[in-house]
Ligand binder design. Sequence first.
Ligand SMILES: Cc1cc2nc3c(=O)[nH]c(=O)nc-3n(C[C@H](O)[C@H](O)[C@H](O)COP(=O)(O)OP(=O)(O)OC[C@H]3O[C@@H](n4cnc5c(N)ncnc54)[C@H](O)[C@@H]3O)c2cc1C
Length: 550
Amino acid sequence: MPSDQEVAFPVLTAEDRTALAARGRSRQIRAGEVLFAEGDRDFCCFVVLEGAIEIVEHSRGTPNTVAVHGPGEFTGDVDTLTGRKALVTGRATEDGRVAQLDTASLRQAVKELPDVGETILKAFLMRRTLLLGQGFEGVRIIGSRFSAAAHRLRDFASRNGVPFRWLDLEADEQADAVLRQFEIPAAATPIVITPDNDWVINPGLADFARRTGLTRTVEADRVYDLVVVGAGPAGLAASVYAASEGLDVLTADAMAAGGQAGTSPRIENYLGFPTGISGADLTRNALLQAQRFGARITVPCTVKSLGVDGGDRVVTLADRTRLRARCVLVASGAAYRKLDVPRFQDFENGGIYYAATELEARLCHGEEVLVVGAGNSAGQAIVHLARHARRVHVVMRGTDLGASMSRYLVDGIEGLNNVTIHRGAMVTGLEGDGRLSAVHIETAAGGRRTFETASLFLFIGADPNSGWLRGCVALDRRGFVLTGSDLSPAIADTEPWQSVGRDPFLLETSLPGVFAAGDVRSGSAKRVASAVGEGSMAVSFVHAHVARPG
Ligand SMILES: Cc1cc2nc3c(=O)[nH]c(=O)nc-3n(C[C@H](O)[C@H](O)[C@H](O)COP(=O)(O)OP(=O)(O)OC[C@H]3O[C@@H](n4cnc5c(N)ncnc54)[C@H](O)[C@@H]3O)c2cc1C
């Protein structure tokens, strides 16, 4: 098996170099020439034919050589395809010759040359992993581990793959030193410091995204074939299929690609991954796959409403930008349900979590934590948290853990000696001063207990993210989007359907050309696989709608 270094820095065969060179522009390079620099967007990939290119990063203030590419090697990492800003600089160290491929030529090459394409994509993914492992710092986020605002920024950065270094006010001496250097009082944290020493106090997510090079401009005057709302499994699958089939697709997500699945510590039941796959890895791969085909995915980008203007569907974003599209796919999934207990909002971002990724698990290392819920997502969280926490208390309303949890998870939990299950119980109160410090529970038999804990994990189901669709497409009683045969037959007599001259397709909403897939859809299975399946299927209906006569 090749080592990580060999995967990251392969030497292409003479045949592969020739094939890539034929798809790019062959040109001379001069020693000292900067081919791309940190902060550049849409930078090219260079295949070295003669000479050498040095890759340097400056995230810790001084230049650090990441790699030197000689003949047969090539430059680039995931951001060569994502359109995000370059994290490193590429400079020729000697005179030579390269094949220069811009993003479109590289995509074409990856498509036409599957073997070399696989080598390049694997190298890009591994290079990013190695870069982060070598201590690349990216932005610095300084704050208290107990601060809701700091957690929001770290969560956003980590879910979007933005390299960052976390400096904990309580635990990291450097945090204090950096604050003194910038003359910022601790009370003003969280602060974000970019590699060029520009800093901002508690930025909004859009501002943070802009400063870290994440934001992509959307073209408001363009008519897209398809706008996908939500980049969870359903939206990402649709983006891959649509882009690979030549549709002009834009995908907008309010938070990060991956959706709920992206927060799963381990998805065990998704076909093709016999040992399971973490939500983060699944997302990373899917995102690169979509971008390799040319899909544009933009975050953070909240859609506020849907409308119709002439023959176009119009999606309005939070910043009032209006996107026009021939079709829209609603893939906005579901949002976690909350507890109906006093003071819930006080701790919503100060000790209450809806996911148990590596980030949250590390936060509660060696502590007692409480998990509420008994479904599969609760089961995964319990198993994961038990590896980090001193004890995991599980609060469930019912008495049978196997009633709504898969057997493999129940078996796993029963084998853990630091998990205590509190059956027939519910949370009745929360305590703390700015930060959660205790949780009260009550059992059906009237017993009461208080747990001193700073971390409460909730996995009690989810409600559809469909508020932005109200009044525009038909929803069921609980707010899930109705599609296909679930729509009232009377719809056939309405003007929009008379004018398209057909019945709604299987995944089509009450508005022609607007489709729904995944958890937001009424009657969906609420699984990664079904969301991926529906997202993929929706694209065939988009083709059929777009190809209709007239
Ligand atoms: C912790 C956890 C573990 C899980 N584990 C498993 C598992 O092991 N196996 C399994 O099969 N299923 C699992 N699930 C369920 C699975 O993740 C979901 O069924 C799946 O993610 C649904 O995909 P989706 O694309 O429909 O929606 P979501 O994943 O909910 O994604 C919707 C996306 O839309 C975005 N969005 C919402 N509103 C807007 C808006 N107005 N504008 C722009 N964007 C918006 C959101 O930010 C989100 O990214 C798990 C769920 C959780 C929470």
